[in-house]
Every structure is written in C-alpha cells, then in structure tokens.
Design a protein around this ligand. Structure first.
Ligand SMILES: [Zn+2]
Length: 409
C-alpha cells in the first residue's frame, strides 16, 4: 500500500469512502474507516472526489495565438485565415512552449488525460506532430495524451496533406482527424479519413459542420459511414451546431440515428458561441448542438475546451468545470436535476470518447487519477465552481491548489 486518501465523497447521498492507491492504481475503495488518521494518510474531510478530468478535444499547437493577433470580426473564415498566417512562422520549439503553458493550465484545473488535435499540412508539415510526441512522453506522469492527426486546412485543398497524415499516423497518431467543411469536396474528404482510419485500425475524430444552416446534413453521411465501416463507438464529432438550427422533430430523428451508430458528440461551447450565430440576417441564435435532445436519444455527449485563447476562441483557462457552467447556462441545464448531468461530460462520457473506460474511474484496479474538489456538495459542483484542492495522477498528488479569502476587520 503506498497511500490512503480518507473520507472522500464519491456520490451525493452515499457514505464517505477511503481510497487506497498503489502502483499507480486504486487498490481499494472502501467505506470510510472510523480509525484515527495514521501518518502518511491524507484526510479529504468529506470533499467531493471525481475521476481525473478528461479534455476530449483540445488544440495545444495554436494555444495563446490570441496574444499575437486577435480575431476582431469573430467569423470562422477570419479565424482560419489568421491562424494560417500565424502558422507559417511557428517552429517546433514555439509549438512546444505554448503547448506546455496550456498543459500546465489543464493540469492545474484537474485534467489528467487529453485528446489533442495536432495539425498536419504542407505549411507546418510534421513539426506539430514531432512536438506532440515529445510532449506525450514528457507529460506521461501528469497528463496522458492521445494524438489526433488533424488536417485543419483541408486534405485536397492543400496537396500533399494526405501523405503527411499517413506519415503522422505511422509516427504514432492515435486517431484520424477531419474537417469536411473546410475542403474542396466534403464527401471526398470523409472518404480519405475513413479509409485512413480503417487502414491503421484507429478512431476517427471530426470537426463537423460548424454552421447555423439547418440544411447541413453532413452528420447523416458520417452516421452511414460509421455503420458501414463497423466503427460504432469509435467516431467522435465536434461542434455539430447545424443540429441546433434544425426543427425539433428533425433534430430528434437525427439524434436517434447518431445514438444508433454510437457516434460521440462534443459540444465546444466556448468556440461555438464565439464564432457562430453571426449571420448577416435575423433570426440569429446562440449556436450549440441540442445537448438535451442528444441526451434524450442516448447519445454519448462530452464537452471540451477546444481552444485556449486564439482566433477560434479568445477565452479559456483550461478549466473544464468552467466550460461546464457555460454549457449549463447556454443549454438551459442549470436546474438541480440537470446540472448533475454535466460533470460526467468531462469524466465518464469523455473516457468513452477516448476509449479508456476499462482503466478509468474511482474503483479498484483502475488508474488512480482523481480530483478532490473543495466542496462537500456533490450536486452543486457546476454552480459552486469549487477550487480543485488536489489533483492526483497515478496515485501521486501532482497539484495542490489553495484559495484563501481574508476579510478585513
Ligand atoms: Zn477543434
């Protein structure tokens, strides 16, 4: 036995638990003992403990580019153009430095695993992939990384990208990324992505639609392809804001299709709210995939930061709890019975996106990754926004945060 964390709150109403960890795993999760605290044991004093947060969709390589140039129009075409221009000048060291700043924020806020979108194209070539592979090794004991090979500039639009993607998959890509809306022919883009994933036996992680157009039905093609390739449970789509623009009946029917194909949906609210809903003519709406309709249909929904401070998302502190509050407000989920559905979106549901459920969670034999929140109220995590008192990775405390208020006399 290497360490014991006493008096953890794992559920809203159940008894407190003691967590014994050793060899990087949970060895025992038992009802809290009444015995006096022994040397080396940590008393959590009834604070809530959640499994380590999972950032299921994050771009480290373009983090903090907001400091070089802001996207003042707030449109998607400008976000793509500004980032492309800045990308021409980046070196591997630059990518690595900004990525490490972002990873530090993620870890500080409780994230112990992340799925990282790594840009691969004839401009940046494989520099981002090389930096990401170095980071994956260097951060192994703090934030476990999965790498998605992502053709942000399109595949056919930037000739040579397909070959670079194949090379990046050989180097160690964990999933094939895609962005059909930013290529010459979205369907041919999907052909290439699905072929590559099948060839390497890996997951698919797409940026899908990102429009306010109710007529954009690209998701139906993704569902069909997922079934045909036998990739149920292994395809994720980010954004999917078009679904939020459709009438309720159509959205519900498509949500059923998504659930049936086991496609994961990732609302990325900080980005969706910044870039979309800016059409020239009313009616305008706050763009977001219809989270409640997706949950009703049984779709696995996971939220993520997507970006930290760049032309796609000027805000962000790498704090998934904060993204949870944003979602609660914008998806009408702040009420008591609905806000409890949000923490799973950056814990268990996110683990399903990454395909790590067998190692994930606070239970014997699972990886001892967890976050202790400075609150006693399990049901109010999202509205309390408690400090992440301790972040534990592989049974080891890797971050301790203290928030102190001093009142004047
Ligand atoms: Zn993204």
């Amino acid at each position: 036995m290497e360490a014991v964390f006493r008096n953890a709150r794992l559920t809203a109403g159940g008894p407190l638990a003691d967590l014994a960890v050793g060899g990087g795993k949970f060895m025992g999760v038992t009802t809290a003992s009444a015995a006096p605290l022994r040397a080396g044991e940590v008393d959590l004093e009834g604070r809530v403990a959640l499994p380590g947060f999972i950032e299921s969709h994050i771009h480290l390589d373009k983090a903090f580019l907001e400091e070089r140039r802001s996207n003042l129009s707030g449109t998607l075409p400008d976000a793509i153009a500004i980032t492309l221009e800045l990308k021409r000048a980046v070196t591997k060291e630059d990518i690595r430095g900004r990525s490490e700043r972002a990873l530090g924020l993620l870890l500080r806020h409780g994230t112990t695993r992340a799925r990282v979108q790594v840009e691969v194209d004839p401009i940046v070539r494989l520099r981002g992939m090389e930096a990401a592979l170095e980071l994956k090794e260097a951060w192994r004991g703090r934030v476990g990384l999965q790498l998605v090979v992502f053709p942000q500039e399109g595949i056919e639009r930037q000739p040579g990208t397909g070959d670079l993607m194949r090379e990046a998959m050989r180097m160690g890509g964990d999933a094939v990324g895609g962005v059909p809306y930013n290529d010459l022919d979205p369907e041919r883009h999907l052909d290439i992505v699905f072929r590559l994933a099948t060839e390497f036996g890996k997951d698919i992680d797409l940026h899908l639609d990102f429009s306010d157009d109710p007529g954009d039905r690209r998701i139906e093609s993704v569902v069909r392809r997922t079934r045909a390739a036998g990739l149920q449970g292994r395809v994720a789509v980010g954004h999917l804001t078009s679904l939020g623009a459709m009438d309720e009946g159509t959205a519900a029917r498509i949500a059923d299709l998504i659930a049936g194909a086991g496609v994961h949906v990732l609302p990325l609210p900080a980005t969706d709210l910044f870039l979309c809903g800016r059409g020239p003519v009313p009616p305008r709406h706050r763009s977001l995939t219809p989270v409640k309709a997706l949950l009703r249909a049984g779709v696995n929904v996971s939220i993520a930061s997507n970006n930290i401070r760049n032309a796609f998302t000027p805000s962000g502190r790498g704090d998934l709890l904060e993204i949870g509050l944003l979602l609660a407000c914008v998806a009408h989920m702040s009420g008591a019975s609905e806000r409890v559905l949000i923490p799973p979106m950056f814990t268990e549901n996110a683990a399903r996106v990454l395909g790590v459920e067998d190692r994930y969670g606070i239970a014997p034999g699972k990886d001892a990754d967890f976050v202790v929140l400075d609150t006693l109220s399990y049901n109010d995590i999202v509205i309390d926004q408690p400090e992440k008192r301790w972040v534990v990775k592989g049974g080891r405390v890797v971050v301790e945060n203290l928030r102190e208020t001093r009142w004047a006399e």
